[in-house]
Design a binder for this molecule. Structure first.
Ligand SMILES: C=CC1=C(C)c2cc3[nH]c(cc4nc(cc5[nH]c(cc1n2)c(C)c5CCC(=O)O)C(CCC(=O)O)=C4C)c(C)c3C=C
Ligand SMILES: [Fe+2]
Length: 490
């Protein structure tokens, strides 16, 4: 468990890596972080799951939460006495320490630490010409098409084939929403709003956007972080729930970039793996749902229909993806919040956007909509729940395809909750999540000298490529494979 501690009084304030000069106070504190199972845990949390890039495979690490707030809205954490020194967990520039009395710094001037926040997102094609190469990047990701190790060499040829086959259908979808994905614009707006929210809490940051499959790519964001000489980084995926296919994939990219680079491998980093259970997020979702229910003539009669992006069943059952459990818990928490406000509507959860020939999480959104219509449900409020911006699957799949299907199936009154976007209560909560995560940032332990060096044997590579190509050709053009690829077209 990661624990930050502060001790001593020095002329310059150094809080767990935050070097603060405080012009109003002549006193200051030095903090250090230790990784020790025997240290007192100051930051167990059920709010957001924070971890450092050091741990692989991803293991849960605690995050600071429920912190006392001082007058500036900044937070301080627990106190732990050892001998006569009070060990304190410092968060985002405020520290309490003791040589008998607790002292807080109340104004932060000339913060020497350069804090960065990296927002991770999926990315989307900005024009119709971008659609096929975007799809190629997506399907070339081994966290999206999970091939057995022996067949990994087929990843890129397969991605090429599937992206070419799927592009016409995807293009139709993007054309219907104006010719491209709105993701980049919305994510940039969220980044700006987050920076402003952090500034209002006296935390000066650079906020970066790193997309997994389109511009600005994660690699570009990391290059900029290096150029800016950021000294502490919080990684915040814009997916409330963790999935191997989304947050997991982006973290894998970060891990490989950080492992290869001397500066990055020493940069203290905290990754917020998931944050679906944060009070601010749950309340913001409940606000949007309550507001939208009011647009119906009989709000109490409306079925609340949560629609989450699906993942293949094998992710959950074989690979241990926590996505389904987190999604169900998230829906439970939102419904509890609504109940506390006297809203006790019926609700259900289904999964949308399946692609390809394998089984995805059930029930499927389209099938449930038809059933509900047939069973006499007349009013339905769709709530997209796995993503916090509008995108093709809200604007086209839900607003067009599913709405049409629902009305055709007998549902008469249809509504849809907008994505959170830049809703201020939500952005404020993200800012709090960043502040809470800052102290737990630690550097990647693997140094360049200890990292594994991969040997390339040209003869072995050639043999692999030669036989691989023959095998790929046979596989791709077998009748079974042709029927599999048809599934990517619809
Ligand atoms: C939590 C969100 C998401 C999960 C989980 C997820 C898994 C997943 N997605 C695909 C395949 C496609 N996804 C596509 C677009 C897309 N996916 C998400 C989110 C999640 N994906 C978003 C936000 C978007 C839209 C981006 C935009 O441009 O607006 C697409 C492209 C669109 C299309 O052709 O349908 C594909 C394909 C898989 C296979 C997968 C899990 C394995
Ligand atoms: Fe997707």
């Amino acid at each position: 468990m990661d624990v930050a501690s502060c001790s001593g009084i020095l002329p310059k304030t150094k809080l767990g890596g935050f070097n603060l000069r405080n012009s109003d106070h002549a006193f200051s504190t030095s903090c250090s972080y230790t990784r020790s199972p025997t240290s007192v845990s100051c930051h167990s949390s059920k709010d957001s799951q924070v971890e450092n890039l050091t741990s692989q495979p991803l293991s849960l690490c605690s995050s600071p939460s429920n912190m006392g707030k001082d007058v500036l809205g900044l937070s301080k954490q627990c106190l732990h006495k050892r001998n006569t020194v009070v060990k304190t967990f410092c968060s985002a520039g405020v520290c309490t320490y003791d040589n008998g009395i607790a002292i807080e710094s109340h104004s932060l001037v000339n913060v020497e630490e350069k804090v960065g926040v990296l927002l991770l997102n999926l990315g989307g094609p900005e024009t119709l010409n971008d659609v096929q190469p975007f799809l190629f990047n997506l399907f070339a990701d081994p966290d999206i098409i999970r091939l057995p190790r022996l067949f990994r060499f087929l990843q890129r040829p397969l991605a090429k084939l599937i992206s070419v086959l799927r592009a016409p259908k995807s293009k139709e979808g993007y054309a219907a929403i104006g010719g491209g994905s709105p993701l980049r614009k919305i994510t940039d707006e969220q980044a700006h709003a987050l920076k402003v929210a952090l500034e209002s809490k006296n935390i000066s940051t650079n906020v970066y956007v790193g997309m997994r499959y389109w511009y600005p790519f994660t690699e570009e964001a990391i290059r900029q972080i290096k150029r800016d000489r950021i000294t502490r980084l919080v990684v915040l995926p814009l997916y409330p729930q963790f999935s191997i296919s989304t947050t997991g994939s982006s973290i894998r990219v970060l891990n490989s970039l950080f492992r290869k680079d001397a500066y990055l491998s020493r940069l203290p980093v905290a990754v917020i793996k998931s944050w679906y259970q944060r009070e601010g997020y749950i309340k913001s979702m409940a606000d949007l749902i309550a507001k939208e229910l009011e647009t119906f003539s009989q709000p109490a009669e409306v079925m609340i229909f949560f629609s989450a992006h699906g993942v293949p069943v094998s992710y959950v059952e074989d690979a241990g993806d926590p996505y389904k459990d987190q999604m169900e818990e998230c829906i439970y928490l939102i419904m509890q919040e609504l109940k506390a406000r006297g809203i006790d509507n019926k609700h259900t959860l289904a999964y949308q956007s399946r692609v390809g020939p394998v089984q995805w999480l059930k029930p499927y959104t389209d099938e449930v909509l038809v059933e509900l219509g047939q069973n006499g449900v007349k009013s339905l409020l769709a709530v997209p729940v796995s993503f916090v911006s509008e995108h093709i699957e809200t604007l086209e799949e839900i607003d067009m395809e599913y709405k049409h299907l629902a009305l055709e199936s007998g549902i008469e009154n249809w509504g849809r909750v907008p994505a959170l976007g830049c809703t201020s209560s939500f952005i404020t909560d993200l800012a709090d999540a960043v502040i809470e995560a800052l102290p737990s940032a630690t550097a990647m332990s693997t140094s360049l000298s200890t990292s594994k060096v991969v040997d390339h044997d040209p003869v072995r590579d050639f043999i692999k490529l030669f036989f691989g190509s023959i095998l790929a050709f046979l596989l791709l053009f077998s009748p079974r494979m042709i029927s599999v690829f048809r599934n990517y077209l619809s």
